[in-house]
Design a protein around this ligand. Structure first.
Ligand code: SF4
Length: 400
């Protein structure tokens, strides 16, 4: 029998929250994320504004939603002080969070995922305890590589030993859901050095591993170096081998690939990211944070001084109601990134048209070429391994 709390919670709409912390100790050479070095004063003012933003949304959220996942990302959230992290947590607890696993005195009936990103070199015992206290139950650590030379080439502030210290500290403090972020195609990286990084990390047995290829983004120091011919990147053949190696080694170690670049132990998939890929509603707080809320996409202003000085109700810019066609396309583009693909039944329920009918011209070709497959028992359509390999090309077929 269900308790009153569960019944009350289930009537409300599920929502995910993203909280952006746009600060880093030092900017990595490849990074084009919205993050920068900042003074203690700027961080303090920022956190104060974040809390105001959360207060502003509180009533709407309490009335209609139950928050099932929170992602404290950046930047480097762990470059805030323990006291600032606790302040964010206190404000969060005023919002309608689903019952939080691990949150004292609140039981564990509904799963609530609360992820914090952390970078080695910024984690102290005090901060880890603060994360625990505010209900964080999943930590994502940015390692990128276990090779000192490669970390240096990327402009990371930490060593592999710093990562190990952070990882063990988290385990010691009871974190049993940890993601490690890795990177392929680092300057001068070899297939062997990448393989060694994968071996080191799998030996630690984190619950989740992500591996993305480096992309040289315009406006970064790497871009300039690349233009000047000073960036030695692994060639296509090595890139291909690293890509295959990731899948081969992680599957052997008991991880499941549930998205193009993400692997998890069974049941440890990142639920917050699944919200994005399943076109669920989410609200972003903080500088430049984007939202998909009540059918609209919008994001906050992305200049710090503007964010700090504007009234909360004026923080949003570029509010855009998605047309039905755009929603249909996004649903497929994002959904097919997941290994389990998309549900034909859900598609019909959301958009009032059959997925098979909508794509009657492209589907037979994709099925015949083994790029797409169908799980008839569960009514799901998904990319095959071959389809994942050329996912950009396959997804382009779904433009309406
Ligand atoms: S730590 Fe992450 S967010 Fe910060 S500069 Fe490096 S890559 Fe960018």
């Amino acid at each position: 029998m269900r308790s009153n709390t569960e019944r009350r919670v289930n009537k409300k709409k599920p929502l995910s929250l993203y909280i952006h912390i746009p600060f880093c100790v030092q900017k990595c050479l490849y990074c084009d994320f919205l993050s920068a070095e900042a003074s203690g004063q700027e961080k303090e003012a920022y956190v104060k504004k974040l809390l105001e933003e959360m207060e502003y949304w509180k009533k709407t959220l309490q009335k209609e939603y139950v928050i099932q996942t929170v992602f404290l990302g950046g930047g480097t959230p762990t470059c805030l002080s323990a006291e600032e992290l606790l302040g964010i947590g206190r404000k969060l607890s005023e919002l309608p969070l689903a019952v939080c696993e691990g949150r004292e005195g609140k039981g564990d009936k509904l799963f609530f995922e609360f992820t914090a990103e952390a970078n080695p070199g910024t984690l102290t015992r005090e901060k880890v305890q603060a994360l625990k206290e505010i209900g964080v139950n999943r930590v994502s650590i940015g390692l990128q590589s276990a090779q000192e030379k490669e970390l240096k080439a990327l402009g990371r502030i930490h060593s592999y030993q710093d990562f190990l210290d952070s990882f063990h500290l988290l385990r010691e403090c009871g974190f049993n859901n940890i993601n490690v972020d890795l990177m392929a195609d680092i300057p001068n990286q070899t297939v062997e050095s990448y393989q060694e990084t994968l071996s080191f990390v799998t030996e630690l047995s984190p619950e989740h591993i992500s591996s993305y290829s480096l992309i040289v983004e315009e406006g970064t120091p790497f871009y300039k170096m690349w233009e000047e011919g000073r960036l030695q990147l692994p060639d296509e053949e090595a890139d291909r081998q690293m890509y295959c190696l990731t899948q081969e080694m992680l599957l052997k170690e008991g991880y499941q690939r549930y998205e193009i670049s993400n692997y998890a132990r069974p049941g440890k998939e990142c639920r917050h990211n699944l919200t994005y890929w399943e076109l669920g509603e989410y609200l972003g707080f903080g500088l430049g944070a984007s939202s998909y809320f009540k059918g609209c996409r919008f994001s906050n202003v992305d200049r710090l001084q503007e964010y700090l000085s504007l009234a909360v109700r004026h923080l949003q810019k570029e509010k855009k109601l998605l047309s039905k066609k755009e929603e249909m396309e996004e649903y497929v583009f994002l959904g097919l990134r997941m290994r389990k693909g998309i549900s034909a039944e859900d598609y019909k329920r959301r958009f009032g048209i059959s997925f098979y009918e909508c794509y009657q011209e492209v589907l037979p070709v994709l099925f015949e070429n083994f790029l797409l497959a169908e799980d008839k028992n569960h009514g799901r359509i998904y990319l095959t391994d071959k389809g994942i390999d050329i996912s950009n090309m396959v997804l382009a077929e779904f433009l309406l």
